[in-house]
Design a protein around this ligand. Sequence first.
Ligand code: ADP
Length: 246
Amino acid sequence: MEDINILKEENEKLKKMVEFKSDLISISSHQLRTSLSALRWILKMFIDKDLGSLNNEQFNMLQKAFNSSNKMISLVNDLLTLSHTEDTMLKLQTKEVDLINTLEQTIFDFSGESNKKNVELIFIKPESIIPKAKCDEELIGVVFQNLIENALKYSKPHDNVFISLIQKDKEIEISFRDNGIGIKEEDKNHIFDKFFRATNALDKDEVGSGLGLFTSKNIIEKHGGKIWFEESNGGGVTFFVSLPLN
Ligand code: ADP
């Protein structure tokens, strides 16, 4: 009995520490994001020449500072998503979810980005009726966002990204196929590591933090599902997510 009480006490202490840590991350990230956004806004005014004309050197330097502020904001946003995800994962809010709807909504949310990139997002809908899956819709939405964002980021202009959803027995399998830069053999074992970014992704000068796949894997595994990738036909990568129906 004594041991159980000690364990309970320790458990409570740990819970408080976790809460404190995530509060700290989210408060500091929010404050960082506010200051960085103000900085970015000022830099944008210079670049747009709202504050007077600039010579070439000044313009180039300010453009670099503007790009760096964008990268920092993106990192802070990913940290906020991770900390929010860790909090919500302590208590998954599951319900019956129509994953086709969730996917369609996410694809729609990326339509501006895909136009800008000249990459078409093509959803291959299932021919039969798909049962709803029991999951936390918000968190699964985060996974779909990460995978679509990556497929767009690492594609070449005028490429297509194919997204499909099928039922396989008691599971739903969703795939995201691109023909982009692909993942090199030596990087394959690290893709889901926290903060990992492959050299070909860094060379592409795309904004990223290496947190998206780590967060996605945590979410999918918390749901009793699986996430993996394979080389696409014709080059590039296909990411798969498999979720149990119950
Ligand atoms: P990031 O913010 O860098 O995209 P992620 O955690 O989402 O972080 O992805 C980790 C790394 O995995 C990326 O930096 C990139 O090297 C690689 N990666 C992810 N998705 C793809 C993809 N569709 N094609 C090629 N490489 C990818």
